[in-house]
Design a protein around this ligand. Sequence first.
Ligand SMILES: [Zn+2]
Length: 507
Amino acid sequence: MAGRRAAQVSGAPRIAVASLMFEANTFAPGRTRMDAFESTTFASGADVLEAGQGLDSVAGAVAIAREAGAQVIPTTSAGALSGPILAAGVYPRLRDRLLDGLASHRGEVDGIYVQLHGAMVADDEDDVEGDLLEQIAALMGVPVAASFDLHCHFTARMAAATPLLAGYHTLPHVDMVSTGERAMRLLLAELEGAQARLAWQKIPMITSAEGQDTNQPPIREVMDRIGEIVNEPHVLDASLFMTQPWLDVPDLGWSAVVVTAGEGGLAEQRAAELAQMAWDRRTQVRAPKVPISEALQRAGCTAPDPTQGPVVFGDGADSVSAGATGDGVEVLAGLLAASLTGRAQVIVTDGEASKECATAGVGADVTLTVGGSLAPEFHGQIGVTGTVVKLTDGRFTSLYPPSPVDLGATAVVRVGDHLHVVIVERPASQLDYQLYEHVGLDPQDAHIVVTKSAGGYRAFYEPIARECIDVDTRGPSDSRLDRMPFRRADRPLWPLDPDTAWRPAAN
Ligand SMILES: [Zn+2]
């Protein structure tokens, strides 16, 4: 591969480590600005290794490097909660910071490992990670390995920049650490002279996360096959990138990627096979949703029973961890109209309402208008009358992903006997239940818990839930992709074009 040093390293290799994590949603209104990064995980030097609290891909990569006797040189990391695309000028600043951190070790390192999400889009760059990998490889002139989220929007530029690429194998994502281990093993193999080659197949399909559970058919079948392929002779790694679907960019679609050592058509054959397997299962990757009225009926059939756990409503179309804004109130409207028999709890983003509560104080009765404050093209407003029962500064540590959180003014308003509405100033990722615990609302003894997440919430909630129900709502991360206003994505693309015909071709 042009520009990539193939020489073997003698002695203990020196490996620079960097990280830049962000998942864009081009349908979410507004722009993500620099302060979203600075206020969360802007680290340099040794702090880069601590930023993920040992639970991210950096941790896995570093552990494997050290096991192999390599010297690890942490440089910079940055990340932000999923959201709208980056405003013009933000990506160049993040890129320059990352490249500057590496440049000071130019000529001193044998390889680079970088932790990326893979679905970062900016006003000034559609393919952030492709551009970044190109620039890192050109600047440093040594092999570059990267780990990605399973929702990476894989591109030809990434494939051309380096073959040393590995993505998560799980949804819900629970293999961040082992993905970092895999990426580092690719790098170490390359430094030992593997001459890795990568083959990939773009698959003209997109699906919502709710149907991508890797523990269930049909995706489990493809993942099982990946497990067999990576154990074959000469195969170094394989990934199925199911792409962030709420990205209106050219060349959108799933990708199958296989990395082998040396020449030969094995990588191409296996990538084509995985792509065909995924394509053949496209109609089975379903995101069954039920109307809120039906969800309430199902939850209401049984009286609240703390020993059985809560009924969890997934509001996937307003999934903050998929870049939506968390200001949808369709489920809240349903709860307000329902005859609740036990505690129900829901989170909504509304900066003005949360500040009104802070001004009113604990114990005050308030009448608020909430909803649609950030994405009015998707969400309406609704009136909420209740009592402020808790106020916080919205600061705590989330477990999934592991990071410090700052939601600003946060209030809990109790409506009637049972409904608790958590109002946050800024969008809150709801994959785990740390926010509910932070305000004293333990989900385990609630009757109904709402989480604005498209499937990813199941890692935390399924073990405690009596039932998880995905509710049919509208929003920037709607699982009904045919309802979304795609304009730039290459066509045909299933399911936007239901009659799409396709078969793998040589790449
Ligand atoms: Zn993901």
